[in-house]
Design a protein around this ligand. Structure first.
Ligand SMILES: Cc1ncc(COP(=O)(O)O)c(C=O)c1O
Length: 434
């Protein structure tokens, strides 16, 4: 993103660069004055449509009034417990969560971030199975803490200089069909990637030593790829057959992002453990490890803990988030607007072969930009993103080659707003051709 030469902006960015480690990367140079719903107003007065949803988090928009109201009320009661006291917002939030989590996933451990939930999930899986092996997927993103980054391979950059990482982690190829790891294409596919996973359980780690298989039901940071229905169904069966716990990392896919509460529902499967965060509390830090009573009751007192997890204010935000999604029928809206966007993007793809693949579920859509030989076209996407940004549309990329753009607006996005975004996007693609 280019800097506009605005003095205020430069001053703030210069100050920030002196204060914060360069390890933390920002996607834009926008300095926010106010954010509301889909829109972000910058300090220089420019207004943007936030199609990044603050990294798939502000699922019901920025600063939702219902959340603000609920949070304000909570602030007058208690803002921190540190596991010393019980409080109403945590209980009520868990009860509301229980109504929307699939199957018998009705017991929770609350923490603060996605990575923390992933840490909790792998600890839970190892503890209850007394097995050590964990199978994760190539290209997956599960977070940056030491345990989570040991599972993350969306890029080796995130792992550089941190070895040795957690041992006994094994890697299966993600069913990323557009770029099949095993060289198949949808016409020739015989789910060799699933065969590969089964071979791993013979060659690399015995099933009875495997605690869990962790998968993002739609690959997030790794490329917004949707696995085949059959893969997920077979995976569920395989785990059940061997007593391996299936962990669905729904940190990015959850809370309505794909047009259902959780992406697993698209595949008709229920995992044994689910990790959720991001959209759960509209931007307040909150995450959860979710599992069944049978599994959770095998995790005894003291086996895991937290100071801030399940913060009363975050839980109050979570309650209002769930209520708003239900009251405003936002799952239905996400499914409808997402379907419309997908159709328009597929039509666009016919005109612009540089859009190699368009895929996704609900409002989790990825468009992969390619060269003539189908190799990743990062430079082209960069031009598109810059043009969109100048026209007031914030989109961010993903994938190891950063050639995939993610359409992930909040679930409140109207058809009209989507139309406008698509118009900006198409113009940006067309103008970048020359
Ligand atoms: C699928 C998935 N898991 C885990 C995480 C880590 O979440 P956090 O950044 O809150 O630690 C992310 C973050 O993008 C994610 O997309």
């Amino acid at each position: 993103m280019d800097y506009t030469g605005d003095n205020v902006k430069n001053n703030i960015i210069t100050r920030a660069k002196k204060l914060f480690t360069p390890a933390l990367v920002f996607h834009t140079d926008i300095i926010v004055k106010k954010a509301q719903g889909l829109y972000v107003e910058a300090a220089d007065g420019k207004r943007y449509m936030d199609f990044s949803s603050g990294l798939a988090t502000t699922n019901i928009g920025h600063c939702p009034p219902e959340v603000i109201k609920s949070v304000k009320k909570q602030l007058d009661e208690i803002i921190h417990s540190g596991c010393i006291f019980r409080y109403h917002s945590e209980i009520l939030f868990a009860e509301k969560l229980k109504e929307i989590t699939p199957g018998e996933l009705d017991m929770f451990f609350f923490s603060n971030s996605g990575a923390e939930a992933v840490e909790g999930a792998i600890k839970l899986a190892r503890f209850v199975t007394k097995r050590q092996g964990i199978i994760a997927y190539t290209g997956a993103f599960h977070g940056r803490t030491m345990g989570a980054v040991s599972l993350t391979t969306s890029t080796a950059k995130y792992r550089r200089n941190y070895h040795p990482l957690l041992p006994s982690i094994f890697r299966a190829p993600y069913p990323y069909c557009y770029r099949c790891f095993l060289g198949q294409n949808p016409d020739t596919c015989s789910m060799d990637c699933f065969g590969y996973l089964k071979k791993m359980l013979r060659h690399e780690i015995n099933p009875d030593e495997t605690a869990a298989i962790i998968i993002e039901p739609v690959l997030g940071e790794g490329g917004y790829a949707v696995p085949p229905l059959n893969y997920m169904k077979e995976l569920r069966k395989l785990c059940t057959q061997h007593g391996i716990l299936l962990i669905a990392d729904e940190v990015q896919t959850g809370f309505g992002r794909t047009g259902k509460w959780f992406a697993c529902e698209h595949f008709g499967i229920v995992p044994d453990i689910m990790t959720i965060a991001k959209g759960i509390a509209s931007g307040f830090p909150l995450s959860a490890v979710v599992s069944t009573k049978t599994i959770m009751f095998k995790w005894p007192p003291g086996a895991h803990g937290t100071t801030f997890g399940g913060n009363p204010v975050s839980c109050a935000a979570g309650i209002a988030t769930i209520e708003t999604i239900k009251a405003d029928k936002l799952l239905e809206n996400a499914a409808k607007v997402g379907k419309y966007a997908m159709n328009c993007l597929k039509d666009m793809q016919k005109k612009y072969p540089v859009m190699g693949d368009v895929r996704g579920l609900g409002l989790m859509i990825g468009i992969e930009f390619v060269k003539r030989d189908r190799s990743p076209n990062r430079d082209f996407l960069k031009k598109v993103l810059n043009r969109c940004y100048k026209k007031g549309l914030i989109l961010i990329e993903c994938g190891i080659d950063k050639n995939i753009v993610r359409f992930m607006p909040p679930l409140i996005t109207t058809m009209k707003e989507m139309e406008k975004a698509l118009e900006i996007f198409e113009k940006a693609v067309a103008n970048s051709m020359s």
